[in-house]
Design a protein around this ligand. Structure first.
Ligand code: SAH
Length: 393
């Protein structure tokens, strides 16, 4: 077993069970792509079993902090079983569930979403890449699913020196799967959809939105960055008279139109708008258009803290426009899925947007990802999705 020695004074984060070691913290040692290594302190004390990533700034990702644990098939079986068992206890109201959420479930870089009988999987680190076949077999054995579609096409693979890979890893057939989320039906294409196919992390917030649209009597609803219209279906279910889904992806909008029909809502109540949200919000403002509820769920503008400043300006701008386009008493659900923007910072940004818009709002709720996208005490970096539910005063 190859040994990676940590610089004196740099072992603290591993001792706190944080799973990452950056290149600069390593005193000596090298290994192959994804190879299992023993990580130890400058004086030879065991710190972790880990996977080595020769090309990444995050050079080492810990598998286990237990010296007695072996990293083998049984290890992956245990981790997968534990993650799947905890999802069962979470009683997720959907057959679309995130079964493994990387570091939070003790398998750094592994994302597994279950869509009914099919798993859609991202292998995002050298460690899980090396164990891919073992992980695939154990996933099928533990879940009883029959098929695995691989979506290892996320850009973080480049940082690991891994190529982009997509396609069936186990099984085959149609890549379009029908989901039931709450009481709504949705169609997810694991090959063509974003990420693993769908944004499962917004599930709870869609249900909350339906409730709030009903409770606050919102009639005209603007769903910005709608993707396939999850929040639009929720608004219609909540009694909205008219809903606009705005996105720059034509295939996503086509799916949103299909979702409106699939859930039994009249086509006239829904408008699919293929547009740039930034431009459209400005145009609406100029025309004096107003809405009773607006959703702002932009893509990740700040993947890391280094992008935070520019992203903050972009978030502030769309939130300013969103607040100005609300009728008095109107509802705004505003999100950021940027790891580089903390919940506190996001609150400050939206507060700044309110100042610029000369609009105040009640903070009804702070929002986050569903519990099947967990963070842990030791890995705060896992917290990425944050949002605010605001009611204009
Ligand atoms: N709210 C969605 C997820 C949104 S993901 C859900 O609940 O499923 C972000 C979406 O923003 C993507 O669908 C992407 O196509 C779209 N997008 C990115 N930049 C955009 C822009 N400038 N204008 C409009 N849509 C944009």
């Amino acid at each position: 077993m190859k040994v990676i020695q940590i610089r004196e004074g740099k072992e603290r984060s591993l001792l706190r069970r944080h799973p990452w070691v950056f290149q600069g913290s390593i005193a000596s040692g090298k290994a192959d792509l994804g190879e299992t290594v023993r990580v130890q302190s400058h004086d030879g004390q065991f710190l972790a079993w880990a996977a080595y990533s020769p090309n990444s700034q995050i050079r080492v990702r810990a598998w286990s902090f237990d010296e007695g644990e072996r990293i083998d098939r049984a290890f992956f079986r245990r981790r997968i079983e534990q993650a799947v068992a905890v999802r069962a206890r979470m009683a997720v109201p959907s057959n679309g569930v995130r079964l493994l959420h990387g570091e939070a479930d003790g398998l750094p870089g592994l994302v597994v979403d279950r869509y009914d009988d099919t798993l859609s999987v991202q292998f995002l680190s050298s460690g899980v890449e090396r164990w891919k076949d073992v992980i695939a077999d154990e996933l099928l054995a533990v879940t009883g699913c029959t098929r695995i579609f691989e979506r290892s096409d996320a850009s973080v693979r480049q940082l690991e020196g891994l190529p982009s890979v997509t396609g069936w890893l186990r099984g085959d057939g149609s890549t379009v799967i029908t989901l039931q989320e709450h009481r709504w039906h949705l169609r997810v294409d694991v090959a063509e959809g974003h990420k693993t196919g769908y944004y499962l992390d917004q599930r709870d917030n869609r249900a909350l939105f339906a409730d709030m649209v009903r409770q606050y009597g919102c009639k005209q609803v603007l769903n910005c960055f709608s993707y396939t219209g999850g929040f639009s279906v929720a608004a219609l279910a909540g009694g909205a008279e008219e809903v606009w889904s705005v996105d720059s992806s034509a295939p996503a909008l086509a799916r949103a139109v299909e979702h409106v029909a699939l859930n039994g809502f009249e086509a006239e109540r829904h408008h699919a708008v293929d547009a740039d949200v930034n431009a459209l919000l400005r145009q609406h403002l100029k025309e004096g258009r107003r809405f009773d509820a607006i959703v702002l769920d932009p893509p990740k503008l700040a993947p890391t803290a280094a992008h935070a400043e520019r992203a903050a300006r972009a978030y502030k701008d769309i939130n300013r426009l969103g607040l100005m386009l609300l009728n008095e008493g109107g509802l705004l659900l505003s999100f950021s899925c940027s790891g580089g923007i903390s919940a506190d910072l996001f609150h400050k940004i939206v507060a700044g947007a309110g100042m610029d818009a000369k609009v105040d709002a009640y903070l009804l709720r702070r929002l986050e990802a569903g519990s099947d996208h967990p963070t842990t005490l030791t890995f705060p970096e896992g917290e990425y999705l944050k949002g605010l539910a605001l009611l204009r005063r």
